[in-house]
Design a protein around this ligand. Structure first.
Ligand code: DER
Length: 260
């Protein structure tokens, strides 16, 4: 159908424009769009990908890489392989990281986590020199939480209700602990945690930081990320900030050079 064709075309273009045979380590995200990135890389032939290692962002991503005949390298083994060069040295060991998103704003900040893999996705994005986000037109919005309604948050199961209440204090209208579509129990992530999907009003752009007004529920992606991350029981927040430099707050830049 048209959406799948658009996703596949975007992925083929993203690989064509950004993939190099010189790469050693390539990050692979989660979800349905990324499957077309892996398909496009595999189509380059084993002579291109044979020497490369592909770093997954969860069980589904691992299976996708394996099924395409590409070499999987999990984050712990990557860090052993590249070694630790000492305090303050770069951790951006991956040449590139491809992934999808649930929503992307005009400053290339993303909502991610619809596929429940946001924690490992953020780990891999932090370990990458560049994050190529492939998202079809349905994901494009001027500001986050315009089309996508909530922020996915990975939380400790034992503290999930405590976090849910703290999110209500923060202005989220009806945060819910995500149920698993296949069972009548809460979804368990690859990291053995729960997810809370917390609706918030539309987020400002990071460049509008001066307009932040928590009393009116006005946040920027960076400010809301830092605030939610500070709640006891939260592991990670499904907001990826594309900005680096002065506007990046304690939340830190998750990606360099995010491109749709
Ligand atoms: O969970 C995520 O952030 C994924 O990237 C995902 O939500 C995008 O999924 P899609 O490619 O199937 O739309």
């Amino acid at each position: 159908n048209l959406i799948e064709a658009a996703k596949r075309a975007a992925c083929q273009q993203a690989v064509k424009d950004n993939f190099s045979p010189s790469f050693k380590y390539v990050g692979i995200g989660s979800g349905s769009t990324i499957a077309y990135v892996v398909e496009a890389i595999a189509a380059l032939g084993p002579e291109v990908s044979a020497g490369m290692k592909f770093v997954p962002t969860g069980a589904g991503s691992t299976k996708l890489i394996r099924d395409a005949g590409l070499t999987v390298l999990q984050v712990p083994e990557l860090l052993v392989e590249v070694g630790f060069a000492g305090p303050g040295t770069s951790r951006q060991h991956l040449d590139i990281y491809f992934d999808g998103a649930d929503e992307v704003d005009a400053e290339l900040n993303c909502i991610k986590g619809g596929g429940a893999c946001l924690f490992q996705e953020k780990v891999v994005s932090r370990l990458s020199k560049k994050f190529i986000c492939v998202a079809d037109s349905r994901k494009k919005a001027d500001r986050l939480l315009t089309k996508w309604a909530y922020v996915p948050i990975e939380v400790s199961p034992i503290a999930a209700e405590l976090v849910r209440q703290a999110l209500i204090d923060l202005g989220s209208k009806d945060p819910v602990i995500r149920f698993s579509p296949s069972t009548t129990t809460y979804l368990i992530t690859d990291n053995h945690n729960y997810l809370i999907d917390a609706p918030f009003p539309t987020l400002l752009l990071n460049s509008q930081a001066e307009l932040i007004d928590p009393a009116k529920g006005l946040w920027t992606p960076d400010a809301l990320t830092a605030k939610i991350r500070g709640i006891l029981g939260v592991l990670e927040v499904g907001i990826f900030s594309g900005l680096t430099g002065p506007q990046a707050t304690a939340a830190g830049p998750d990606v360099e050079g995010v491109k749709p």
